[in-house]
Design a protein around this ligand. Structure first.
Ligand code: FES
Length: 712
């Protein structure tokens, strides 16, 4: 197998990829998650399907890509240009890398629900079946007052505002359930408890919003429904379970969210290089353990929380790499990983992914202040997965085209500006009210809504390690292991006695206990509801010199037992000692573990953990990385070197690059490579104002031609 794949690193003669596909076999494995500290494992109907002639089982209705990976199949086909293996990257319908042949037709497996008896094969060149007879139907056109594209936090929040006023709304989403990225989030959310469910888990917020929308009869929710294009006659083409229709709305709200950025490095197309959203889709939505060992690239909130989700799913996180001097995500997220023993390597970068047909190793290296790799700092880790969390970009194509054709269009959530889901709920509400006003409804947009949306979008502040603390060993008192201003008031809202307050600046400030001795009744709500798992409660009532400290705990639950000793660590990840567990109670999916320890440790004790064993890298001194061999356009397998050459030859127009190299002409329609090409321009010193952007042309999503003819 090794030699077979190595031989294909050149351009293949036509048809060779088909031969490769017929000879490549991946062992069948059971990669399902059968226990999870937060998620219940639902009963689902099993169905049989075939994969390259082999019978496999999956769950009816789950994404076909998840069924395949749950059976250990990560290579979905071989690229016709270079024969390189390909598999999922985004699991979000954006990158087109997950193509397989289903019952004779090419389909994106991450967007196809599994059905009994499906005949699935590697993506390879196939000739379409010819039909002697077929029938077609007229394409229906439907008028609605408001079409909302995207049923995530912003689209659902706008639907609620519009539904309350009885407006005729069609809200579509291309997934099998509503909630957008909320569906993938098992952690409790930050933000405002009163306004946007801070302290509630993301997937539950999605359920709450959907339930609320369904109360309003004037709102129709349609899932598995993909918007394809905006046309010049102000209609929008949508495809629902294979049926095509045109929607003519009076108002359009684009709530399409964001897509993940790709990164250019050698080996970046190997199966096992996943966007963070794909990883969370597999692990949290579809309960597929797609990895045993992962390296995370990117220290924003997405990467940090992705690492925590991986650990909850029983996946070893070998490390997290961040190019900046500090992680950009919330410190409480970072601290959770550090306390678990995950090395966080700032000022480092990924150099290369290595492997034969899939990811087997990752090479990272340290950066100097000028962003150059410091020679001699290369480290190679054995991993099977690389999770890319290197930023998001707004899905704007529908907005731009609708504006061009004169539609009255609005946008909200990440499609408007990348921010947290809490902010998306607000921008959705505001967009809903703006649309109501434009429809002539007498309705106000509360002035403070814009302000609140801005607060929820605010970036984390400076880290402040000093704070006032409750000094005496009397009664109950909480300790906040939260050292950074972030927009969150879950703990202040949890305290029914009003003993916890943030500062004058409002919910972005670090919380404090403002009560006196005996003001706290030890209800533990602040401990259980803090999304950062950053509040502990000290109980000095029975034994002031040896109080009981209660910690939130969400990982290896069966390892923590009353009477056993657990490792207690401080805010900086250092072990304080091992102390006996006095009591365990359950609040929702969080365990509250009470541990008795000397008072001198009680205020610095931040967490109980079983630390992950640190994986040592192999130190390898490599030659300068061949970065121009990195793939930029995955669909057409165009390298950074090919694009750089055209730029050096004088190209300043993205459309020229497309014609000269074919970068951006593939199935994904340049959604993956556009930002990477922008980066190469920057590397070559070309300012953004000198670059002519690409003309985005419909369709924005691949669709079979028959759909437009209403083919039965
Ligand atoms: S993995 Fe299916 S489109 Fe990206």
């Amino acid at each position: 197998m090794q030699s077979l794949l190595n031989r294909t690193q050149q351009i293949l003669p036509s048809g060779s990829a088909n031969i490769l596909a017929r000879t490549f076999i991946q062992p069948i494995q059971d990669r399902r998650i059968y226990q999870h500290p937060i998620l219940e494992i639902p009963e689902k109907k099993k169905v049989d399907f075939t994969w390259n002639g082999v019978k496999l089982q999956g769950y009816e209705g789950e994404a076909l890509s998840s069924s395949l990976i749950a059976n250990g199949q990560t290579v979905f086909g071989f690229h016709t240009r270079d024969g390189s293996p390909q598999g999922i990257f985004c699991a979000n319908g954006q990158c087109s890398q997950c193509m397989v042949v289903v019952d004779g037709l090419s389909k994106k497996s991450c967007m196809i629900p599994l059905e009994e008896g499906m005949n699935v094969k590697y993506a390879e060149l196939t000739l379409p079946k010819s039909h002697e007879s077929f029938s077609t139907k007229d394409i229906p056109t439907k008028e609605v007052d408001v079409l909302i594209i995207g049923g995530g936090p912003s689209g659902l929040s706008a639907s609620i505002e519009l539904g309350k006023q009885g407006v005729d709304v069609l809200c579509i989403d291309d997934k099998d359930r509503f909630g957008g990225k909320l569906v993938l989030q098992t952690h409790k959310f930050f933000g405002s408890a009163e306004e946007c469910y801070a302290g509630t888990r993301g997937y539950r917020i999605g359920e709450i919003l959907e339930k609320e929308v369904r109360k309003y009869e004037s709102v129709t929710l349609k899932n598995n429904s993909t918007a394809l294009a905006v046309y010049s006659d102000k209609t929008i083409g949508i495809l629902t379970n294979g049926k095509y229709e045109l929607i003519k709305p009076k108002k359009l709200l684009v709530a399409t969210g964001a897509r993940e950025k790709f990164l250019s490095f050698p080996g970046n197309t190997l199966p096992g290089v996943y966007g963070a959203g794909a990883f969370q889709t597999l692990v949290n939505r579809d309960l597929v353990k797609c990895s045993d060992k992962v390296m995370i690239i990117g220290g924003g909130n997405v990467g940090l929380i992705g690492g925590y989700h991986a650990i909850q799913a029983g996946i070893e996180v070998v490390g997290l790499v961040e190019a900046l001097p500090e992680c950009g995500g919330y410190k409480v997220h970072e601290d959770k990983l550090r306390r678990l023993g995950v090395p966080i390597m700032t000022r480092h970068t990924i150099v290369e992914a290595k492997g034969d047909g899939k990811v087997e190793q990752v090479v990272i290296a340290q950066l100097d202040d000028n962003w150059n790799i410091i020679e001699g700092t290369y480290q190679t880790y054995d991993v099977d997965t690389i999770l890319l969390a290197v930023g998001l970009e707004e899905c704007r194509e529908f907005t731009d085209k609708a504006k061009k054709y004169g539609l009255d269009v609005y946008s909200a959530g990440d499609a408007q500006e990348i921010a947290e889901a809490s902010a998306a709920m607000f921008t959705g509400k505001i967009a809903g009210r703006k649309i109501l006003k434009s429809l002539g409804k007498k309705i106000q947009i509360p002035e403070e809504w814009e302000e609140k949306a801005e607060i929820l979008k605010s970036k984390p502040g400076e880290v402040q390690l000093e704070r006032e603390q409750f000094e005496d060993n009397e009664g109950f008192f909480p300790v906040f292991h939260c050292f950074q201003d972030i927009p969150c008031d879950a703990c202040t809202a949890a305290c029914s006695h009003g003993n916890i307050e943030t500062g004058e600046e409002g919910i972005t400030e670090i919380p404090q206990f403002i009560g006196e001795v005996d003001d706290c009744d030890g209800c533990l709500r602040c401990v259980s509801e803090c999304p950062g798992l950053a509040v502990t409660l000290v109980d000095c009532n029975d034994d002031p010199d040896n109080p009981v400290v209660t910690f939130p705990y969400e990982i290896w639950k069966s390892d923590v037992k009353v009477g056993s000793k657990v490792e207690v660590i401080d805010d900086f990840g250092a072990t304080i000692g091992r102390f006996p567990v006095e009591r365990i109670i359950k609040r929702g999916e969080t365990l509250l573990v009470s541990v008795k320890m000397p008072f001198k440790y009680a205020k610095s004790a931040a967490s109980v953990v079983k630390k992950i064993e640190k994986v040592d890298p192999q130190l390898i001194y490599e030659k300068k990385s061949p970065k121009d061999s990195s793939i930029v356009c995955r669909c057409e397998r165009i390298t950074a070197g090919e694009i750089r050459k055209v730029i050096k030859d004088g190209a300043r127009d993205m459309n020229q690059i497309k014609i000269a190299t074919r970068a951006g002409m593939g199935a994904c329609g340049s959604k993956t490579c556009n930002s990477v090409i922008g980066r190469i321009f920057r590397e070559e010193g070309i300012p953004p104002e000198d670059i002519t952007p690409r003309v985005m042309r419909p369709l924005y999503v691949e669709v079979s031609m028959g759909a437009f003819a209403g083919l039965d």
